[in-house]
Design a protein around this ligand. Structure first.
Ligand SMILES: *[C@@H]1O[C@H](CO)[C@@H](O)[C@H](O)[C@H]1NC(C)=O
Ligand SMILES: *[C@@H]1O[C@H](CO)[C@@H](O)[C@H](O)[C@H]1NC(C)=O
Length: 295
């Protein structure tokens, strides 16, 4: 009996990883937006990218947005961050919809993350081959489990994507997971932690990027009293505000204590936005207001 359980558990861990993996990512859907298509996106078929390639332009930067658990292509961060991105600049925005798996239990969604991320990498490689996207103008934005999805995407592209932004990357089952989003996944990895501290936190508290921003100390966002979900979602609300206003400025912190007691006095760095390169590294605290544009 015990050995049966051990085999079952071992299989749940190992069998989950690869054989099923390509299947999960094959359920991804991709939607192209630009200033030409702000409301009615063009669906990009991974099996035939040439059919919709004309909706993309090599003369624009490209931003790809990936939702998290329980999200979809039209909910959670997508409408808000997509509109903010297009307001800031005419770019190619590709929204990834992996709701077939994101809509399942948290554990199932976690199990799909590697496959969803590598399928996205294969799509990007096709777009590079078609000369409509380049790695040095590419910014991947992922929220919640989507932050780890884009980590897998970046790794599959040899860490050569210009920028990844992780918006409160999920903490549960990733706290000690070596495959979570890391600074090796893109040339510049920025992480915004809005709900990363405490037992009920949705996010990772550890500094895992080149630059880690801790708005208001990385927990208990203004206007989100005792509401972790509210603080979790604040990560993409702040990202959207940074794209439209770019007024969220952090100070570098020497250590974790300074982050938590609001004693960061180091050099300043602007949080969020679409800069592909930022001159800074380490932990930064930014203090925000409770409503848009939060500065
Ligand atoms: C891809 O899409 C184009 C345009 O819709 C179509 O003409 C072509 O036959 C498709 N190719 C494949 C392999 O389905
Ligand atoms: C692409 O993004 C970079 C970095 O933010 C910016 O300097 C550049 O102007 C953008 N290019 C276009 C075509 O908007």
């Amino acid at each position: 009996m015990l050995s049966f359980i051990i085999i079952t558990v071992a299989c749940a861990l190992a069998c989950n990883a690869d054989p099923i993996a390509p299947l999960q990512g094959s359920f991804n859907k991709y939607f192209i937006y630009s200033r030409q298509f702000t409301r009615d996106p063009v669906e990009l078929d991974a099996a035939n990218v040439t059919a919709s390639i004309e909706a993309l332009s090599i003369d624009r930067n490209t931003t790809i947005i990936v939702h998290g658990h329980e999200g979809s292509g039209t909910t959670s961060l997508n409408p808000t961050v997509k509109d903010a991105a297009l307001e800031s600049e005419d770019m190619n925005v590709i929204v990834v919809d992996w709701s077939v798996y994101a809509g399942q239990s948290y554990s199932n969604a976690v199990g799909a993350v590697p496959s969803v991320g590598t399928a996205l990498a294969r799509l990007i490689q096709q777009l590079i081959d078609q000369s409509v996207v380049t790695l040095d103008t590419l910014h991947l934005i992922g929220f919640d489990l989507g932050a780890h999805v884009v980590g897998f995407t970046g790794r599959a592209l040899d860490g050569k994507v210009a920028r990844i932004t992780g918006l409160n990357p999920s903490g549960q089952q990733w706290g000690t997971n070596s495959r979570r989003l890391s600074l090796n996944d893109a040339l510049y990895v920025e992480v915004i932690h809005t709900d990363g501290i405490g037992l009920l936190a949705y996010g990772v508290g550890d500094a895992i990027g080149h630059v880690d921003f801790y708005p208001n100390g990385g927990t208990g966002q203004p206007g989100c009293l005792f509401n972790n979900k509210c603080a979790h979602n604040r990560a993409w609300e702040l990202m959207a505000a940074s794209l439209t206003h770019n007024l969220l400025i952090g100070n570098r912190c020497g250590n974790w204590h300074q982050v938590s007691v609001n004693a960061c006095r180091g050099y300043q760095l602007t949080m969020g936005n679409n800069d592909h390169v930022k001159l800074g590294s380490g932990m930064f605290r930014v203090n925000t207001r409770r409503t848009y544009p939060f500065a």
